[in-house]
Design a protein around this ligand. Structure first.
Ligand code: ARG
Length: 460
């Protein structure tokens, strides 16, 4: 049996049970590229500071690159008896280059090493997520461009409320995603500080240069406090919070599209390529991908909860508990990327059923609020006009008709203020045309918003 890298004071080796329970290489091997990057920066700094020779540095860097090549090509043997990604790579480096490898861990602990790797990994993961967000925004804007002029019922309390342009609704999702992207950027900026050189928790008495490694790794600066550097995982919490908020946005969109794909709504049809069938009911065609987007938001939120609970009771500084930060982080990131990708693909493969939507528009008196605005323009107080329109709706309900089907006499018998021009305000088409406030669903406002996004996303 190989002696552990930390084995000096030990007389017995760990039991198989403990080894299996405490290893992390099975999942933290995901960090290998960032671990190697960190080690190269560290070795270069040690040589520059006279803590190792240039020849040793060169052998270490060459060896690390060889190991990276082996891992890339699947030729590397990961060993659970070497515990984690850090000791697997360091021990393998000793296998490859011998003695000089033993200098690499000078003025470094796995405590600062792991959190350096993790910050670098998160920084890259955020870049990937930002790209996926942009792809989804593009898909949604393209969908909007394809459906110009389509009016859909807008809902509050899931009850018919006011008519809106479908484009307006699609752009609402795009706005939400833009704020999600902003949260990731904030998180990325805040996490981009280097813990390397904090060592176990107290720093070191050796003459290292933390500014040099920070710069080499693209960090803004070294973290000021070595205890903080190894102890905190607030950047993971922040990242998982950003993932959770994005997941909630996607889940709401998923819920909406699942509803809209139902027979009851019938507003959209996903293509067969993004639908699945039932193993028993031959007629079924289900919008599974969006149901799973809704479902997978649960695990993203769960990962955040796991990390919060993981951290809440930990005394400073490093505790082995922190090893448990990785699986929820990796799972959350993989899941959110999958959710973003599948939602974009779904958006590329749905069509809105214009006829069905059109035939659904007369129900629900979507133009009632526009009618109330009409009366305000005639000089009535809004509360008064609200009541008059309410009475008009009541007449419609008794007669089983729409507001635009009431003739002028009927309207005037409710209130004499109605004139012929009222018919310019009734019906969803007229109603939508009346919206003109900034950010509203009026055609001109929506066209402006659409232009904004087309330019921002470099479409056309
Ligand atoms: N695998 C460990 C982790 O993920 C690395 C740090 C271990 N440090 C230690 N002193 N045991 O946190």
């Amino acid at each position: 049996k190989e002696m552990k890298l930390w084995g000096g004071r030990f007389e017995q080796s760990v039991t198989a049970t403990v080894e299996k329970f405490s290893e992390s290489v099975s999942f933290d091997k995901t960090l290998y590229k960032h671990d190697i990057m960190g080690s190269i920066a560290h070795a270069s700094m040690l040589a520059a500071q006279g803590l190792m020779t240039a020849a040793d540095r060169d052998m270490i860097i060459k060896g690390l690159k060889e190991i990276e090549r082996q891992i890339d090509s699947g030729d590397f043997l990961w060993r659970t008896d070497r515990e984690d990604v850090h000791m697997n790579i360091e021990a393998a480096l000793t296998d490859v280059i011998g003695e000089p490898a033993k200098k690499l861990h000078t003025a470094r602990s796995r405590n600062d090493q792991v959190v350096t790797d993790l910050r670098l990994w998160c920084r890259d993961a955020i870049d990937t997520i930002l790209l996926s967000i942009k792809h989804l925004q593009v898909a949604l804007v393209r969908l909007a461009l394809k459906n110009e002029g389509l009016i859909v019922p807008g809902y509050t309390h899931l009850q018919r409320a006011q008519p809106v342009l479908l484009q307006h609704l699609l752009l609402a999702y795009v706005e939400q995603l833009e704020r999600d992207a902003g949260r990731y950027l904030d998180c990325q900026e805040r996490l981009n500080f280097s813990p390397l050189g904090a060592c176990a928790l107290a720093g070191t008495g050796l003459p290292i240069d933390r500014f040099m490694t920070a710069k080499a790794l693209g960090f803004t600066a070294p973290m000021r406090n070595s205890i903080d550097a190894v102890a905190d995982r607030d950047f993971v919490l922040e990242f998982l919070s950003a993932n959770s908020i994005t997941a909630v946005h996607l889940s709401r969109l998923g819920e909406e599209w699942v509803l809209w794909a139902s027979e009851e709504f019938g507003f959209l049809t996903p293509s067969d390529s993004v639908s699945t069938g039932s193993s028993i009911m031959p007629q079924k065609k289900n919008p599974d991908p969006m149901e799973l987007v809704r479902g997978k938001s649960a695990r993203v939120i769960g990962s955040l909860a796991t990390l919060l609970v993981l951290c809440k009771g930990l005394p400073h500084a490093y505790n082995r508990d922190l090893q448990e930060d990785k699986e929820p982080l990796f799972d959350s990131v993989n899941t959110i990327i999958g959710m973003l990708e599948v939602t974009a693909e779904f958006a590329q493969n749905i069509s809105f059923n214009h006829d069905r939507i059109q035939s659904a528009l007369p129900a629900g008196h979507l133009d009632a609020t526009t009618l109330a605005d009409y009366l305000v323009k005639k000089g009535l107080a809004f509360r008064t006009s609200h009541e008059i329109v309410g009475k008009s709706v009541a007449v419609c309900l008794t007669k089983g008709c729409q507001l635009l089907e009431l003739n002028l006499d009927e309207l005037r018998s409710i209130n004499p203020v109605f004139e012929d021009d009222v018919y310019d305000y009734l019906g969803v088409d007229n109603s939508v045309k009346k919206f003109c406030s900034y950010g509203s669903t009026g055609a001109a406002c929506v066209a402006e918003q659409l232009d904004f996004w087309v330019a921002k996303l470099n479409l056309k």
